[in-house]
Design a protein around this ligand. Structure first.
Ligand SMILES: Cc1cc2nc3c(=O)[nH]c(=O)nc-3n(C[C@H](O)[C@H](O)[C@H](O)COP(=O)(O)O)c2cc1C
Length: 198
């Protein structure tokens, strides 16, 4: 194998970011709803997203720079991670438009809101999963801020459940790849974990 080397010290930050986001793939998308201190709802996709702790349940996403979602969450201490489902592809992308802070993306994009059970920011009514979070902490890393949220409540559309458990075929989550590329779930394989038996 002949490899090409990429040195983050030698490349412009933007170039290395393009490389990183092309190779750390696929990334799940947190469709984050939040509410400003003034009461304006906000919705934006974040693909730097994962589970960060099991007990207590904590999820994290990263705001690259300071954006409305981050400001709202710092101000109010609450947000909702909505699953980004394939049928809402266009709306998810449109919600990443850099609207000014006073714009409610739900209203702008014609997306219905649904009240949350435990937090003030609304859920996306058409998203099959909502994780209602209270701000756990933030971590400033260079130009980015990692936002950790304790999951207070999970609300799942019963139509995506099989025997009480979410089915990947029914959730149809979108994922982010490099550049403007997105992906859907491809072939799903199952393989049992192998336990060391001595
Ligand atoms: C699929 C997708 C994933 C994105 N992931 C991130 C991310 O992880 N972090 C980030 O800061 N911006 C991300 N963005 C860009 C934000 O969604 C965009 O800057 C948006 O305007 C932020 O909205 P806000 O200012 O209302 O918070 C992503 C955009 C798209 C389309």
């Amino acid at each position: 194998m002949v490899r090409t080397d990429f040195d983050p010290q030698a490349l412009p930050a933007r170039e290395f970011y393009r490389l990183l986001t092309a190779v750390v793939v696929p990334r799940p998308i947190a469709w984050v709803s939040s509410t400003s201190g003034a009461g304006v709802d906000n919705l934006a996709p974040h693909s730097f997203f994962t589970v960060s702790c099991v007990t207590p349940p904590v999820v994290q996403f990263t705001s690259v720079g300071r954006k409305d979602s981050l400001r709202n969450i710092e101000d109010t201490g609450e947000f909702v991670v909505n699953l980004a489902p394939e049928p809402l592809f266009e709306q998810i992308n449109a919600s990443a438009t850099n609207f000014p802070p006073g714009v409610d993306e739900f209203a702008e994009l014609g997306l219905a809101k649904e009240p949350s059970a435990r937090v003030r920011p609304p859920r996306v009514a058409q998203s099959p999963v909502a994780l209602e979070c209270s701000l756990h902490s933030t971590l400033l890393l260079g130009d980015s801020t990692v936002v950790f949220g304790t999951v207070l409540h999970a609300a799942v559309d019963e139509r995506v459940l099989i025997d009480g458990h979410p089915s990947i075929d029914r959730l149809r989550p979108l994922a982010r790849l490099g550049g403007d590329e997105w992906s859907t779930i491809g072939e799903v394989r199952e393989l049992a974990r192998i336990r060391y038996s001595g």
